[in-house]
Each structure stands twice: as C-alpha cells, then as structure tokens.
Design a binder for this molecule. Structure first.
Ligand code: PRX
Length: 668
C-alpha cells in the first residue's frame, strides 16, 4: 500500500473537530426501552464467544454449531463451525411460519408517482420460491454464481434471496456501472446467469439496463442465460438489432411467473458462500469480497437490531442505499428481513419528481428509522430546510448515517431539520469487508457527538494505532484497526487468498490486526473520529473508487499517454475525482473537446459515478526519482493549497508548470 499518511488537510479539520463540545443525550424513553444497554459492552468483553453465540440465536439453525469460532488458520476464519442454516428461510419463511405472513415486508415505491406495491412476507415467500425454482430450471445449482444487475425494484431482493435459498452466491453489480465493469465482475467470479431488467426509472426517464448486459456478453463468454424483468416496457433494440437472443434471454414473467410457489429450502454450512461484492482496491482490479452465511447473517441481524434499536412490531424502516452496494445487502436485505421488519424500498432519485420526494415518503409511510449517507444530507442542506419543513416527519425516532465521515454541521442539520431535535443520529462506520456496522453510537446508550462514530459496538474490538501497531493515546491519530475477528468479516477475496492476506492482514502482521485502510483519531474522551482513507482509494458520495482504476480507464483512451488521479475534498460529494492527464505527442493539444471526450470515456468505461470533476491536461507529472507519482502534491493543487515539500521530486519545476496550468484548466 502506498502513501500511507492521511492528507494534511484532515489534520487541520481534526483540530477543529476536537473543539466539538455539543453532546446529545439519548431521549429518556428510548434509553429506558433500548434493546441494548450499557452493560452489553462489558458482557461482550468478558466472554466474546459467548456473546456471539447469543447473537447467533437470533437466527433459526437447522443444525446448531459445535464451535463458535475457529481462528486456528488465521486470518482465515470459520464461525459457527458445524452449523447449518438457510439464509432465505431466515429472512422469509420463518416469519410466515410464526404467523406473520400478512405483515408487509416491503412497501415498494416506484419513481413514477402512484407506482407502488406492498409485499407481505407470505407473498415474498411465494415469489422467492418461484424465483428459486426458475433459477434451478435455468441450470443454477448450489455453488454457481449469479450476477444481478437490476434497478431498485422488489425483484432485486427476490433474486438475492432466491440465490441464497438455493446456495448460489450472488454478485450484485450496481446498475450505474457500465458494461465493461459488469463484464469484468462476471468474468472474475464466473457468473453463468445474469438477472437484469429492460430498464429502471431515474429522474423521470426510463433508463436502459439490458443493452449493457448484451454488450457485456461481447466481452465475456461466461454468461449462459439472462433473465429479464420487464420494468419500464421500453424498446430493447439498439442500432437496428432487436436486443433479444432467444437462445439466452428469458423473460422473468415467463420463467418466474410460471414457476411453482412450492420450494423447500436446503440447509447449507455456516461457511457456505453467500455473496461476492466487488469493491475498489489500490490496484486496478476490483476485489471480490466474499461473505459467507452464518456469521454474516448473525452480524447483519444483530447490528440492525442494536444500532437502530429495532422494534419489529412497530417500526417502519427505510435505508436509501442502492442494492448494488454493501449497505443495500446488509441493511435492506439480510439484516432487516432476518429481523422481520416492515421497510420502504424506493426506486428513484431523491428529487424526482420534486425535491421533497424523500420527505413525502417518510410522511406517507410513517417511517420511524431512516438510514442514509452524508452526501445526500449535504445536498439537502444546500437546498435549505424549507423543503423538508413542508412535511410531517414526527414519526422518525432514529436517524443513521453511513459511507463517509459526516461533518458536524451536516449531523446537526440532519438531527434538527429531519429529526426535529428528537432523534439520535447514529454515525455508523463499517466497510464492504466488515459486512456489518463496527463503530457506532448505540441510540439508547451513547451521548452523541456530532462528527464522531464514537466507539466499537459490543462484540467488536477496534483501536487506533501508530506505525508499529501500538495504541495511540487519546488526542492522537493513527491507523484504524480491528483487533479481533468478528462473525460478519470477509472470508477472503474471491479467488485470491494471497491478496486477502496482503491487503488486510500484512500491515500489522505481528499483532494480527485487521487494517481497514482508514486513518482515525481518538479524541480526549477516547472516542473515534474516522478521517478517511489513507491509501489510493477515494470516497465519492460514500462510494469507494480506486484511483488506479480511473487512471487505467483514462490511459485506455487513444489520445492519453499517462494519467494520475487524486481525490480532492469536495463540499458536496466528500471527495471528487480530479485527473491529471499527459497527452500523446500525436494527439497535439487534444482538440477543443478533449476534456469532454475524456470525461465521457471514463463514464463509459466505469460509469457516471467515476466521472472526473476536473481534468487537467499537463505536460508532466510530479515523480520521485524512483518514478512514483507524488499524489500528495497533486492533491495540494486540486484542493487549491500551496504546494507542499517538493524536495524528493526528480524535477521540481514540474509543480510550477502544473500549478500555473491550474488557473486555465477546464472543468467539464
Ligand atoms: O473510509 C471509510 C468510509 O467508507 C469506507 C468503506 O466503504 P465501502 O466498503 O464502500 O462501504 C461503505 C458502506 C459501509 C470506509 O473504509 N466510511 C464508511 N462509513 C463511514 C466512513 N467513514 C467515516 N465515517 C463513517 N461512518
């Protein structure tokens, strides 16, 4: 891992943060009835395995485990050894068997107004069973991988659960990713079936998905069948081709609609793979993070109950994440459904058809628990409180935040404007790799501090350490580590055990700590402030993007010779992508549209989310004598600071050229 120092600007930010002295005590009523109370921390510390055995009792096991944790072959963990269970049974059937079949599992809200569906647990069980039968008929067996490339429609949840039901690990690819990104993920985990839709609604228009799957099929030969949900009814043809291949494509309403609603779930080993979720790493190739069944489901269900103080009989829960990210996996599908909650699922964007859409949904469905990302909160702050003020959101009792550090002002605005100053805000730190929340306040216990994720939740042990792996004293910063294994931890990187060990367990090998890649500080009370990534991974709107991946995309453009990408702090998206590009000689100055051309290229190669905020055409890049790009200096320029120490540069004059060029750079 390179460049392991947190950017200097975060230190300055921290100096301000540490002056934060606002505290928000839990509401008395909430504290009195809280699912998890203060004693849980000590109880978990005193008997960790006993604590996690107790949490696993939340699930229904076909065969009970005989050992809670096998860490003999660290860092390869086995949790609930010998246990057998079915994840879909736990999320659906058992609620129906307990007499809650008529309870609404999903209030689905389509983006076009009035386009809604309420799905009960009994209906969900029928649909999941039908989809399981249909996937089996398409040749999917236990252990086979299925790729899911769908909008936020109920079929996305149904497909994930159907895969879990038959033991076929799913890999959900975010619908905003391009055909290339889809193809490389399918290739990596060798998914043989893709489940997609004709399209989905985004900002009032039907946006196509199926053509990207067709394009992906020209880049990978792994895909045998494509199951297509008809969502928008849009025309599938592209460039005169009809966009349908009878040998491969199957309509969902035929295959699933025609299947039986009877399906007996089979119990799988606790360590049976549940899903692979791709996330950006420090090299170009995304990492397939593998989660398995028993430990993951235990972690998701426990944290969802503890962090949101879930009361399944009365709460209405809503998480705005997309199903294509880990938050959608743990806190839309597995945690909430294992806990038998009623939840809202919304298809579209927050501002369609009008900027108050989210708040209207909260009002209409009387949402009590709401989970979103700082980037969304900041964009609402920008629009002002007048829009949310028009809605009655008095049903809300807890607000959650995830994906990136939440600035204290955004936290206070969220609590005040959305939560009416009644609701605790839980700032939850975790990662695709951790599977479930690790560091967070407990809403009935912790006096919240704006901007701090506070402390590890009961059962989790985390610390901030220095270069040598020693805990830093209060008031100091360092690396965020997890110091003991936890049930929902990733088990490996798909197909690459060495990279798993290297990436997460080699930095503090001696101590056996998991290194998360984040920098953090402990304040004077010992509470944790997560400061962001210390590696070459950016966090744009709560989503991890790899600088290398975007650089590779830029260099694949015929006019580009070399590029360097950095994450620059951005008032709206947390960080934004800033690219420095050297053109090939034969490209001259690249022509008048070069910035747009390159920007469109990145969009096509990776997806709109990776589109640079700014592209600067430069004559050279700052490099050390050994040829390593000095990103720190490029970040200085991108963030408009005086350029730092240039002593180790091979040619110091380069920074003058780049800084001078900054004034005339083009923004797309
Ligand atoms: O840098 C941290 C940031 O998001 C990274 C994990 O990204 P991803 O795997 O995509 O998962 C996002 C949803 C869990 C972390 O390494 N991050 C996430 N939550 C927080 C955060 N940074 C600060 N505070 C948080 N609450």
């Amino acid at each position: 891992m390179s460049d392991q120092t947190a950017p200097s600007s975060t230190d300055q930010t921290l100096a301000n943060l540490l002056k934060e002295d606002r505290r928000f005590e839990p509401p008395a009523e909430l504290a009195a009835a809280a699912n998890v109370k203060a004693d849980a921390y000590d109880a978990a510390r005193a008997d960790r395995e006993g604590f996690w055995a107790e949490q696993a009792e939340r699930l229904t096991w076909d065969t009970r485990w005989d050992r809670v944790l096998d860490w003999d072959n660290a860092p390869f963990a086995k949790w609930y050894v010998g246990g057998r269970l079915n994840a879909a049974y736990n999320c659906v059937d058992r609620h129906v068997e307990a007499g809650r079949g008529d309870k609404v599992a999903i209030h689905w809200v389509g983006e076009p107004e009035g386009d809604t569906r309420d799905i009960t647990y009994a209906q969900l069980k029928d649909e999941v069973s039908q989809a399981a039968n249909a996937l089996t008929a398409l040749g999917v067996g236990a252990g086979d991988r299925v790729a899911i490339y769908l909008p936020m429609i109920p079929e996305a949840i149904v497909t994930m659960l159907a895969c879990a039901r038959i033991g076929a690990p799913h890999t959900v690819v975010f619908g905003g990713f391009s055909a290339d990104a889809l193809a490389s993920r399918i290739d990596d985990c060798q998914a043989k079936v893709v489940v997609t839709a004709d399209g989905g609604y985004r900002r009032g228009t039907a946006s196509a998905l199926k053509p990207a799957v067709d394009e992906a099929r020209t880049k990978t030969d792994k895909i045998e069948k494509v199951l297509v949900v008809r969502r928008t009814g849009q025309d599938l043809s592209v460039d005169g081709e009809d966009g349908w291949d009878d040998a491969v494509d199957v309509w969902w309403h035929d295959a699933v609609g025609g299947a039986s609603t009877e399906h007996t779930p089979e119990a799988f080993d606790a360590e049976h793979p549940l899903y692979v979720m791709y996330t950006s790493g420090t090299t170009g190739k995304p990492k397939g993070i593998l989660h398995t069944t028993g430990g993951y489901l235990t972690g998701a269900a426990y944290t969802h109950n503890a962090v949101f103080d879930l009361k399944p009989d009365t709460d209405v829960y809503w998480c705005t994440a997309d199903i294509g990210w880990v938050t959608g996996h743990s806190y839309i599908v597995y945690g909430p459904l294992a806990n038998g909650v009623t939840q809202v699922l919304y298809e579209g964007t927050p501002d369609a058809p009008e900027p108050g859409r989210w708040w209207k949904i909260i009002q209409d469905y009387q949402v009590t628990l709401f989970y979103t990302a700082p980037t969304a909160i900041r964009s609402f702050m920008k629009q002002g409180h007048e829009i949310p003020d028009r809605f009655d959101m008095s049903s809300l009792r807890i607000l959650g935040s995830v994906g990136e550090p939440i600035n204290p002002e955004a936290y206070v605005w969220y609590r005040h404007v959305i939560g009416g100053d009644r609701t605790p805000v839980v700032d939850t730190w975790w990662q695709t790799e951790t599977g479930a929340v690790m560091i967070s306040p407990l809403p009935g216990v912790t006096a919240g501090k704006p901007g701090s994720a506070m402390t590890a939740i009961p059962g989790i042990e985390a610390d901030v350490v220095d270069d040598e792996g020693n805990p830093v004293p209060n008031g100091s910063g360092g690396y965020l580590v997890v110091t003991s294994p936890w049930p929902s931890m990733l088990r490996t990187i798909w197909g690459d055990d060495d990279r798993y060990v290297d990436t997460y367990w080699s930095r503090f090998k001696k101590q056996g700590y998991y290194f998360a890649g984040d920098g953090a500080k402990k304040d004077d009370d010992g509470d944790i402030w997560v400061l962001g990534r210390v590696d070459d991974v950016m966090n744009v709107s709560g989503h991890r993007l790899s600088t290398t991946e975007i650089e590779s995309a830029l260099v694949s453009h015929p006019k580009v010779a070399e590029s360097a990408v950095v994450g620059a702090s951005d008032p709206n998206t947390g960080q934004a992508v800033v690219a420095y590009v050297i053109l090939r000689n034969e490209a001259g100055d690249g022509g008048p549209d070069i910035v747009k051309e390159l920007s469109d290229h990145v969009r096509k190669e990776i997806g709109p989310i990776a589109k640079p905020r700014q592209i600067m055409i430069v004559p050279e890049l700052p490099k050390t004598r050994s040829g390593k790009i000095m990103r720190r200096l490029l970040r200085d320029v991108a963030e408009g600071r005086a350029v730092g120490d240039t002593q180790t540069l091979a040619d110091a004059s380069i920074m003058d050229l780049i800084s001078a060029g900054q004034a005339t750079s083009t923004e797309d």
